[in-house]
Unconditional design. Structure first.
Length: 501
């Protein structure tokens, strides 16, 4: 079937009443989550996973996706108005956006962010529609050797692109891989790392780990930082940019979209890295680089376009290869698996309504966000001033109910609390928890493909080098690790992530 026939399936799926309703709910929640500093889409999607059990797979993924890319919109609101990024990818937007707000151009900055996000999101959706099926067809030729090498490459890229210490990132991935091995070995029936506990015989629930590390862990960190929150709000006026402003906005939006579309596909890259790269590019190509940091509208347009394009193209490896490029995509894989769907190249053929419905819903969701964000700016401004002390008890209660509803097990609640404390400690030690979740998701699949490859080759480890594709992927992974150890590249990387902080 040609792409127009496929898109027709997507239109029929996305424009059903309930899918439209849940798409609107997702983008609205995503915007609200982005506006509220400290919560983030990862924790929100983790908390809402139990809710998706009773929904059709298409509806569940449409809503969760809406939360993810909606949060990219909402994060810019607090970054511009109070210099407090709601999302890590909005850190760069705060540099010039807040300065524009202080100069009485808050409305113009917000409009620039919304327009740039909409254009980038629409372009990224088109790219997904055209390139994801091509990548899926290539992936259908993959065997266990190629999949093992691909996952090794994904883990290597997440190490290289993780913020902070490389040693910490490697450690987090190893911890995630070990946690993913807990439970009963499917092939031998042996209990592994259960310490005699029958509650761990089926392994640790993905939702328990995600809610603990990203939900409760984030709450504990936010409570500690609550005293640092700003309550002074900039006055919002003049929401419509002038024609001259549009001429300044469109080129950075185009460049930001291109950067985000490419970096969003990389494991560990996504929206945050895209926004930093776009800001650096805009400053380099500008004729007046001295204006950056003092209210340059290009410093808002480029990064906002990049982080939204990066957020949406990160769906490509998740849908076509079953490889998560960030923690939210790992949660999406968990949601699909819980719905009985194995992410990978067969999704497009086996679940066309889900795949094409999600793509069409992204365009619809971006349009909804454009319509929602500017008229409802007053609501978002009021939400910023809600004390976190009123929010966190509701969030904790939601986490407890969600985890208990999975298996009616109090053991899971205690385990979530343990992971919550662990997540808080990891943040205090400057260990980014995202690689842990990626390792936890990829660990069982990595082991499965490794064992299959070993069975096929009768234990010959050189089999990974005899396959041209797996050899090339492993070579790229080794090159990535080697390159980041080079002094010049390591210094540049550390400088970039110091700017982030």
């Amino acid at each position: 079937m040609d792409i127009f026939g496929d898109l027709l399936i997507g239109v029929q799926t996305a424009f059903s009443f309930w899918n439209l309703t849940y798409c609107l709910l997702g983008v609205f929640l995503g915007t609200a989550i982005g506006v509220l500093p400290g919560l983030g889409p990862t924790a929100t999607v983790a908390m809402l996973l139990p809710v998706t059990f009773g929904l059709p797979p298409e509806t569940a993924i449409i809503m969760l996706a809406g939360i993810f890319y909606g949060a990219q919109y909402g994060g810019s609101t607090t970054a511009i108005l109070v210099n407090l990024p709601g999302e890590s990818s909005s850190v760069v937007t705060a540099i010039d956006g807040y300065q524009m707000a202080r100069q009485g151009q808050a409305g113009k900055a917000l409009a620039t962010a919304a327009i740039g996000s909409f254009i980038a999101g629409s372009v990224a959706t088109v790219l997904i529609a055209f390139f994801a099926p091509l990548l899926s067809n290539v992936a259908l030729a993959f065997g266990p050797h190629e999949y093992f090498a691909l996952m090794v490459l994904g883990l290597a890229a997440s190490v290289v692109l993780a913020s902070g210490s490389l040693l910490h990132a490697v450690g987090m991935i190893l911890v995630g891989l070990i946690l993913g091995l807990i439970g009963t070995d499917i092939q031998t029936g042996a209990m592994r790392f259960t310490f005699g506990s029958f509650e761990l015989a089926d392994g640790i629930s993905f939702v328990v780990v995600a809610m603990g590390v990203f939900g409760l862990g984030e709450i504990l960190s936010n409570l500690e930082r609550e005293s640092d929150r700003t309550t002074v709000l900039a006055k919002v006026t003049g929401l419509m940019p002038s024609r001259a402003d549009f001429r300044r906005i469109l080129p950075p939006v185009g460049r930001g979209t291109a950067i985000g579309s490419v970096l969003g596909i990389l494991p560990g890259g996504g929206a945050m890295l895209s926004s930093f790269a776009a800001y650096a590019l805009e400053k380099k190509v500008s004729k007046t680089p001295q204006q950056f940091g003092k209210g340059a509208i290009e410093g808002v347009a480029g990064p906002e376009a990049a982080n939204n394009a990066g957020a949406q193209t990160s769906f490509i490896p998740m849908l076509t290869l079953g490889i998560p490029s960030n923690p939210v995509m790992a949660l999406m894989i968990g949601a699909l698996i819980m719905q009985g769907i194995q992410p990978g190249p067969s999704v497009i053929q086996d679940q066309p309504a889900l795949f094409w419905g999600l793509i069409v819903s992204m365009w619809v969701g971006n349009l909804m966000l454009l319509v929602l964000n500017l008229p409802l700016i007053g609501i978002w401004v009021k939400m910023i001033s809600i004390p976190y002390g009123y929010l966190f008890p509701c969030i904790v209660a939601f986490c407890l109910i969600g985890v208990f509803s999975l298996a009616n097990s109090t053991f899971d609640i205690w385990l979530m609390g343990l992971f919550g404390v662990a997540g808080y400690i990891l943040r205090k030690l400057d260990c980014e928890p995202a690689p842990l979740l990626l390792g936890f998701v990829l660990g069982p699949m990595l082991e499965e493909h490794l064992r299959r490859a070993m069975l096929v080759s009768r234990g010959d480890v050189t089999t990974f080098l005899t396959s041209p594709i797996s050899a090339a992927l492993l070579l790229i992974a080794a090159a990535l690790i080697a390159s980041v150890l080079a002094p010049a590249i390591r210094a540049t990387r550390e400088e970039a992530f110091q700017d982030e902080d």
